[in-house]
Design a protein around this ligand. Structure first.
Ligand code: ATP
Ligand code: MG
Length: 452
């Protein structure tokens, strides 16, 4: 344990130093309150032992300064006989205990030991809390599921190195959020974070947007323009929707990534780049590579490190946590009183497939908060999109014909409702009669779903 002793009386300082050092503590000595406070707020002390009456800053000033700096540091105040009111004030001000001079060696060591135990307990608790909060979020990313905790670990591992990272995942899974977390928790956080959506910029402008151009380099270029790469100097560039990039730009981008230099359109000279590159895609880039619409070499350049974000439906553990997070966010934004989800509302969320992932959950909650006027949000208030759309629709289904899809939807809905025609019809938003007709048409045996 690391102890700071503050006393203006030399004999007292010497005794304390001897006793505490003999007992195995590491001790630093200060001769007055000012010096003591300076040490206390720049060192790494667990315990401060300070005299009460001193010229300049007294023991109460030291106590306050130490508590403000770090409330985990325990303070013991030493008072001369007869200054009990001062000691009482010290306790009120958050001192751990006080010692009345002259005190016995055992008395001193006993109090110091107890203070040490208290310090250990408090810092242990704090560490535990830090641990827990670390697991529940990473910067603004919320989630405690195993899948998200893996992602936090990955981010932690790569935030301070300059590797290029490819972030993939369906729309609304948090790709941009992850890119920002990498930048803002890493060593480039003081530099700019420049995002560019490669899919949203007209094709004719994207080259100049990325790399910049010189005045007169093409019709309409009446001023020179700094591209996003140069804007991101000493920071991070985030190339969003990279899968949409045109073939001729893919090769230019590859060259920039390889050479770490950028040449403005119409310029003969190049600029050295100190930029970290993060890219995101909700396309299956590997498939695009196989199909030949995305360059293999660029793919490998970007995919030095890969973070794949799970769908929300694959991490249902997080739905409640995220819902509460968004409820807090939007009750605050719209000045509403505390609102909670009913059990039924939570169940409805839990059953929903969220094709739009976290963004969709956020939108659902925001709408419900805006429209809510009570302390509760019920299932119906969530206005979860039509049942038909909530039945899981996978990529594989995209190639199915309409009758095939219809058959699958009816099959899935029947299964979900254990063969009850009434509930299935309701869920699909069609009449009982229509459902009967379709079941016959597709020759589905509804009895197979009945529970015994
Ligand atoms: N884990 C999460 N915790 C909190 N908010 C999240 C999380 N994931 C996504 N969001 C929120 O959902 C919205 C969409 O996230 P983001 O823009 O990062 O998704 P995306 O994967 O980039 O989507 P797209 O492919 O459509 O661009 C944002 O408002 C974001 O704050
Ligand atoms: Mg995005």
């Amino acid at each position: 344990m690391h102890i700071l002793v503050i006393d203006d009386e030399k004999s007292q300082r010497d005794i304390l130093e001897d006793i505490l050092t003999d007992a195995g503590y590491s001790v630093v000595i200060a001769e007055n309150g000012d010096e003591g406070l300076e040490y206390a707020t720049s060192g790494n002390f667990d315990l401060v032992l300070s005299d009460l009456k001193m010229p300049g800053k007294d023991g109460l000033d030291v106590l306050k300064g130490v508590r403000d700096f770090n409330p985990e540091i325990q303070v013991i105040i030493m008072t001369a006989f007869g200054t009990i009111p001062g000691a009482v004030n010290a306790i009120k001000g958050g001192a751990f205990d006080y010692l009345t001079k002259p005190f016995k060696k055992e008395e001193l060591l006993h109090v110091v030991r107890r203070a040490g135990e208290r310090h250990a307990l408090i810092s242990e608790n704090r560490k535990l809390k830090d641990e827990i909060s670390k697991q529940y979020h990473y910067q603004n990313i919320i989630g405690k599921s195993a899948a998200m905790r893996e992602i936090y670990k990955l981010i932690d591992r790569i935030k301070d190195v300059d590797t290029t990272v490819l972030i993939s995942g369906e729309s609304g899974t948090g790709k941009e959020l992850v890119a920002r977390a990498i930048h803002f928790s890493g060593k480039r956080s003081n530099g700019p974070f420049v995002a560019i959506n490669c899919g949203a910029i007209p094709e004719s402008l994207i080259e100049s947007e990325l790399f910049g151009h010189e005045k007169g380099s093409f019709t309409g270029a009446d001023k020179s323009h700094i591209g996003k790469f140069e804007q991101a100097q000493s920071g991070t560039i985030f190339l969003d929707e990279i899968g949409t990039m045109r073939a001729d730009l893919q090769i230019k981008l590859l060259r920039v990534l390889q050479e770490r230099k950028v040449e403005r359109v119409g310029s003969q000279t190049s600029t050295e780049l100190d930029v970290r590159v993060l890219a995101a895609t909700n396309d299956d880039l590997e498939l695009k590579v196989r199909e030949g619409s995305f360059r293999t070499d660029l793919y490998h350049r970007l995919n030095v490190f890969h973070i794949k974000l799970p769908k929300l439906s694959e991490r249902k553990d997080d739905i409640l946590l995220l819902s509460n997070h968004f409820i807090n966010k939007y009750t605050e934004r719209y000045n509403k009183n505390q609102i909670a989800l009913t059990q039924a509302a939570f169940k409805a969320l839990d059953n929903y497939a969220f094709p739009g992932n976290v963004r969709e959950l956020e939108n659902i909650i925001e709408k419900a908060i805006i429209l809510s006027d009570g302390p509760q949000i019920d299932a119906a208030d969530l206005m979860i999109p039509d049942a038909v759309h909530s039945i899981h629709y996978s990529d594989k289904d995209a190639s199915k014909s309409l009758p095939e899809l219809e058959e699958k939807l009816i099959y899935d809905a029947l299964k979900e409702n254990f063969g009850s025609l009434k509930r299935t019809a309701k869920k699909l938003g069609i009449t009982y009669k229509t459902l009967q007709y379709r079941i016959k048409k597709y020759a589905i045996d509804k009895n197979q779903f009945k529970q015994n």
